[in-house]
Design a protein around this ligand. Sequence first.
Ligand code: IMP
Length: 432
Amino acid sequence: MSTTLVVVGSQWGDEGKGKITDYFASHADMVVRYQGGNNAGHSVAFGGKKYSLQSIPSGIFNPQTINVMGNGMVVNPVSVIAELRKLSDQGITEHNLYISTRAAMVMPWHSALDGAYEANLGKALIGTTKKGIGPCYADKYSRIGMRIGDLLEPEYFRMRLEAALAVKNPEMKMLGLPEMDADEIYNQYMEIAEQLKDRIVDTSDLINKHLQGEGNILFEGAQGMMLCIDHGTYPYVTSSTPSAASVPVGAGIAPQWIKTVAGVLKAYCTRVGEGPFPTELHDEIGDGIRERGHEYGTVTGRPRRVGWLDCCVAKYTSRLSGITNWAVTLLDVLSGIDTLRICYAYELDGKVIECPPSTIAALERCKPLYVEMPGWKEDITAVRKYEDLPENARKYLEKVEEITGVPVGLVSVGPDREQTFITSPELKKFAK
Ligand code: IMP
């Protein structure tokens, strides 16, 4: 029978999901992305080289692994072609990749509108990646969106394009943006169709056939659950649901297939863009973490905001996704800090609460309550066994388990594939 593993981000994104997915991908026949688009920046390092992916699943480095961009994604075909070209230039030339006919397609007006909305929001701006993610999802739900499968049907594509532009061009004019030309877009996208046509299939069918066989399937989340459109820090969120709950819809499978969920948890917190961040650091400890952790956006290059590990957030996101194990990343970045802090609860209006409140106004009033933990001095990047971690590093991880009630199943002590070790039998069956 098939096994499935879901890898999700448990904070505000950038937790190292790409690395964790790549680690498990060598054992997976299939890696599926089920939400988001090229707003993600997944970094993978092995053999002394670094790679970065935006929309392509992190299983692409294993030629025997089928990589699927599921129907729940917003796919920018121009970006897919550019990513494939970049991989080829870096020596990754076999691309086992399929894209769902049902995936929403990012069109040129989406990124133009993303930028214009942000500019008009003034102080209320979200700080998006300006990749057109929100406007594309909005068009999908307004039913004026275009889908990847439309590339296979030139006449239908043309009809949908004209219908969309009849709505979008007046909006762009109103916002002071140049109107777009149907002929130009049609010609550009038909050229793209020629390059991608063999990869565009009914991926729900493909995934379900695998599930009926003996396949091991890995579902790769993008962003983190605090950026969830429903359960995150709205409106400072992305436009999809990064949790395991969106796998069935975004991949086209039944929910009972989801059993094991690895929540990728960075050993501290970061966030890019605007929005509340209770444990944010504005001092040299935060600056040190940013530099040692190379906390600059893979997609936008923006410096990330840095803070202490927030287990209020971790408890909340484990509840939302049914996380069975933490995959703790970037533990090595905390080496050398004398005293570490972990947030275990918030104080809100004189009361102690254990989960983030559901409104932004209340979250902005929350004060983090910390437990202090002694740090460790040793460089741990060469450690390959839990027992070989310094005692205080083990105590730090055990405190996370105690506060959240979720066991640590994997620890990552550096960007390379090799700098990873599994600590739970549950995750062992998904590793090489
Ligand atoms: P959007 O997804 O481009 O609409 O951006 C919405 C918010 O999500 C912004 O705060 C972005 O910085 C954030 N965001 C989107 N993708 C990622 C990601 O992969 N990592 C971290 N933050 C992200």
